[in-house]
Write a protein that binds this ligand. Sequence first.
Ligand SMILES: *Cc1c(COP(=O)(O)O)cnc(C)c1O
Length: 396
Amino acid sequence: MATTLMDTYGTRPLTFVKGEGVWLWDADGNKYLDAVAGIAVCGLGHAHPQVAAATAEQASTLVHTSNLYNIPQQQQLGDKLVELSGMDSVFFGNSGAEANEAAIKIARLYGHNKGIDTPTIIVMEQSFHGRTMATLTATGNRKVHAGFEPLLKGFLRAPFNDINSIEQMAANNADIVAILVEPVQGEGGVNVPAASYLPKLRDICDRQGWLLMLDEIQTGNGRTGSFFAYQQCGLLPDVVTVAKGLGNGFPIGACLARGAAAQTLQPGNHGSTYGGNPLGCATALATLNVLSEQNLPARAAQLGSFFLSQFKELLKGASCVREIRGQGLMIGIELDQPCAELVAKAAAQGLLINVTAGNTIRLLPPLIMTDEQAQQVVDILVPLIKDWGSSDATSV
Ligand SMILES: *Cc1c(COP(=O)(O)O)cnc(C)c1O
């Protein structure tokens, strides 16, 4: 099957034909509990009625006009995002990588405006920022780089959650203009930094005149228990990027900025043909309205503590489990060995999970999950992990 498609995704063993809430169905009518949500995208679950109605209504009214013209839906969505984020202004693109491209361009232009000819951005080990040339360069994963050299200039890499290394870079490099970092690393294995990490980065950026740029593409839209993860740290970044959960599956991304960063791009500096079109903006606006009306960020926090406490309690003493960590509905269960085969084992029991960074089970459930469904995830996953651990021990 699929021989005309470039082989960028490897084997894809499942095919879904329909979704509703936390459920997906394959063509044979088998039903799956979805704890992946399209990789942190469908926070409201599948086929959410309010979002579907907004998309359908806009699709039958006006899909696209281009940014040659005013787009009221773009203005409304911008207003809503500014209100939710505490930022000043927004640029819309169509994906996470594009949101980060805008952030990187803002940082570089901000640097040039200060007279820095080779502006440099600090990025982290194990980070993920996308697959375009600039964002793959920013990504801290050798596998994402390999074969695509030469990479871009103007990036410096630091270990994640390590303030000293940033201080050293500050002392040794006058070209630094910004730090780009995920509040919780997603693809890198659900890595949660110390609570003091972002505040300390904020302090360094303030002292140095650097931009603090947070990639909230995965952590944003309520997933970590607040609308944006930085809102749990009592600070504001200079630039924030969002995508994934923003359109509940409709491709849309945004780069938000504040203060000097919000004033950097001028007419002609940046653009997108599709970015912020009426259809995408109407869909995202409906998504944000449901997220706030139903107070779903708080629900993500509540469900997240349920999952963490259940897994910590029920997997206590399972020798294959190295660490259980997470924030809100980004949950990672790190095992002692690569565990990709658990994805198929869980699917065979009607549960969709993801494995990232080789050995970490990652759960990114929709924020609308009920208590009962969350219990079901635990009931399927815990014995599966225990069995995997013990069969593995006997086979060595
Ligand atoms: C998914 C992701 C991206 C890339 O988003 P795309 O829409 O795939 O381009 C960037 N940063 C983070 C943190 C992500 O999780």
